[in-house]
Each structure stands twice: as C-alpha cells, then as structure tokens.
Design a protein around this ligand. Structure first.
Ligand SMILES: Cc1cc2nc3c(=O)[nH]c(=O)nc-3n(C[C@H](O)[C@H](O)[C@H](O)COP(=O)(O)OP(=O)(O)OC[C@H]3O[C@@H](n4cnc5c(N)ncnc54)[C@H](O)[C@@H]3O)c2cc1C
Length: 309
C-alpha cells in the first residue's frame, strides 16, 4: 500500500482534523465534487437528474460508529423517511446503510431491529444495501446480514475483494441467494488480512466477479452488482457476462457520485444497469478522506481549490 494512501487513511480517523476540515472553504469546494449537497433534498434532486440519463440511484446518509442509542434511532427514522420520499416521488432509488450507524457498536440486537425496520419499509423489489466497514466488522456484519436475509430477500451486502477471506465468505453466502455488491475495499488493512498489492486485489475482484455472475446465472445470486470505477475490470467482466449469455440490463455497475461520470452515462446508454451512489449529510469527513486516499491525485484538485475564487 502506498505511503500516501496509508497516511490519508490514518487521517480519515483523526478527530482533530475532522473538527477543523469543515471550516475551510477549499475543503468544502472539493467535497462538493463527490456529493451534491448535505441535505436529503440535494440528494433527491440529483437522483431526478440522473434518472433523466437512465441512471439509478442509491442514497447513503453519511455517518459511522454511532455511540448513542438515540442517535442510532434517529438514523433509522431518517432512512424510513428516505424510503417514503423515494416512493412518493416514484424514484428508481435504493439505500445503502452502515451497520455502525444503526448501533452495531452498542448492541448487535438493537442494530438488527433497526435494520429489520428499514428492510420492511422498503419496496419488496428494491434492495436495502448493507455497506462493509473495516475488517473487525466483517463477521458481525455478515451475521446480521444472514439473519436479515432469512426473513427478507430484499437485502444485499457489500463484499471487499482486498480481503483474503472474501472468496470463502462469498461461497458461504451463495446457498442463501444473496444480493452482493462487490468493491475493492476502502480501509487501512494489514497484509495478513488484505492483499497489499493492487494487482492482486484487481485479480481477486475479477475472480469473485466471475463467480457472482455464474451464481446469478444459476439463480443463486439475486443481484450481482459491481461497485467499481475501474474501467479495465468493467470491460473484462462485461465480456465475461456477454459470453455467459447475460442480457445487458443484467450487468450492473454501481459508482460513486462525481467519479467516472462519462463511464456511468456510457453504461446506461448501452443498456447496462448503471447506478450512482449519492452520499449526503454533514458527517462527511472520514468518507471524503477515504475518497482522497483512493486517488491521491484528488489532493491536487483540492490544492487547486485553495486558489479558486
Ligand atoms: C457504489 C460503491 C459502494 C461502495 N461501498 C463500499 C463499502 O461498503 N465498503 C468499502 O470498503 N468500500 C466501498 N466502496 C469503495 C471501494 O472499496 C473503493 O475504495 C473505491 O471504489 C475505489 O476503487 P475502484 O474499484 O474504483 O478502483 P481503483 O483501482 O481504486 O480506481 C480505478 C479508477 O477509478 C477512478 N477513481 C477511483 N476512485 C476515485 C476517486 N476517489 N476519485 C477520483 N477517481 C477515482 C480513477 O480513475 C482510478 O484510476 C464503494 C464503492 C462504490 C463505487
């Protein structure tokens, strides 16, 4: 892992920096590249624009590691409201939640009750996605995911290709007909836990992706979604999907708002399922710094913003 990436990922956990970052206009200008605004209304507005381009949306309200029961309840309540708003506006939209935002650090049972309420409020044909956080949360996240999936089929989970364990996790989930969003992984993990070389992560991603598509073909994976901006990987998986006889709309790519916009639109024009994850909320600091770590060139973009009017 590059030194710059490690430093940025360490900075994403730093409370002192978090408290100060929001006060600098150049930081806020850079953040606006990755999120349409802090409010739900901003996020709903961007979904409407994306819809015009045949791009679907997944909303995520930023926040993690909540330490207080009432806060976890408020987040749950907020997501219930989001689901109502999606329905009212007839939007092609889903949501993605972090379990530590629903109270996982306080009590797995409490967190499960919150997740259950949310999944029950969502339309049956839309998925509630569960994000994957740092490696110490993988077991509790998968435990709660399995519990939820036994009761409701409209729940999906994120798996991270940088983890050595993911092939096994995928194999254990497939008999349950899961929905999976595969990503590379965004946290600072040691080499015993995650592949340190990008090349190995990419290869593992491709292998896992192929397995997901084969499982989808065999009807043992409900949604096989690829959460990546890596155009080379997308092309490789697209070719594999075509060779397996998949219709274009069954090839699903999810990207983050503001990243690879031309590719998001190209995929939608080709008839693939192209979805953009729109994040909003005031607790953007750790999420934003992870975006910088993914592409340190973004730092230059931020530095240019220091001098922008
Ligand atoms: C929909 C979605 C959901 C996600 N959910 C999770 C999750 O639950 N848990 C988790 O650990 N991670 C999650 N991630 C983040 C993921 O793990 C990666 O850190 C992130 O997607 C970057 O990896 P990449 O696959 O795009 O490939 P990379 O090899 O990192 O990037 C490929 C190319 O994409 C472009 N790019 C990538 N990132 C950026 C960026 N930040 N800014 C500008 N350009 C960029 C660059 O051109 C780069 O060359 C999610 C990502 C997406 C798209």
């Amino acid at each position: 892992m590059s030194l710059m990436r490690s430093m940025l990922l360490a900075a994403s956990q730093n409370e002192w920096l978090r408290d100060r970052a929001a006060h600098y206009p150049f930081v806020r200008r850079t953040v606006s590249r990755f999120m349409p605004g802090e409010t739900l209304e901003d996020a709903l507005g961007s979904a409407q624009v994306l819809r015009g381009k045949k791009i679907g949306t997944v909303f995520t309200h930023l926040g993690e590691n909540i330490q207080d029961r009432s806060e976890a309840q408020q987040v749950t309540q907020h997501y219930l409201e989001v689901l109502d708003r999606i329905r009212e506006r007839g939007l092609q939209a889903e949501i993605s939640v972090k379990l530590t935002q629903l109270g996982l650090d306080l009590s797995p049972d409490l967190c499960f009750q919150h997740l259950k309420l949310i999944v029950e409020r969502a339309r049956k044909e839309s998925i509630v996605w569960v994000d994957m956080e740092a490696s110490n949360y993988v077991d509790p996240t998968l435990d709660l995911y399995r519990r939820a999936l036994v009761e409701h089929s409209n729940v999906g989970v994120c798996l991270q290709a940088y983890l050595h364990r993911t092939a096994e996790d995928l194999a254990r989930l497939l008999p349950m007909r899961p929905s999976i969003r595969l990503v590379k992984g965004a946290y600072n993990e040691p080499p015993e836990i995650a592949f340190p070389r990008k090349q190995d992560v990419d290869e593992n991603y491709f292998e896992l992706g192929k397995r997901m598509l084969q499982a989808k073909k065999a009807n043992s994976c409900v949604r096989a979604a690829f959460g990546t901006h890596d155009v080379v990987l997308i092309r490789r998986l697209d070719r594999f999907a075509a060779a397996e006889g998949f219709a274009k709309r069954d090839f699903e790519i999810q990207m983050l708002y503001g990243i690879q916009r031309a590719e998001q639109e190209r995929l939608a024009r080709e008839g693939c399922t192209s979805i953009v994850l729109v994040a909003y909320g005031s607790y953007w600091y750790p999420w934003f710094v992870r975006r910088l770590a993914e592409r340190p060139a973004n730092l230059w973009f931020m530095i240019r913003n220091v001098f922008a009017a």
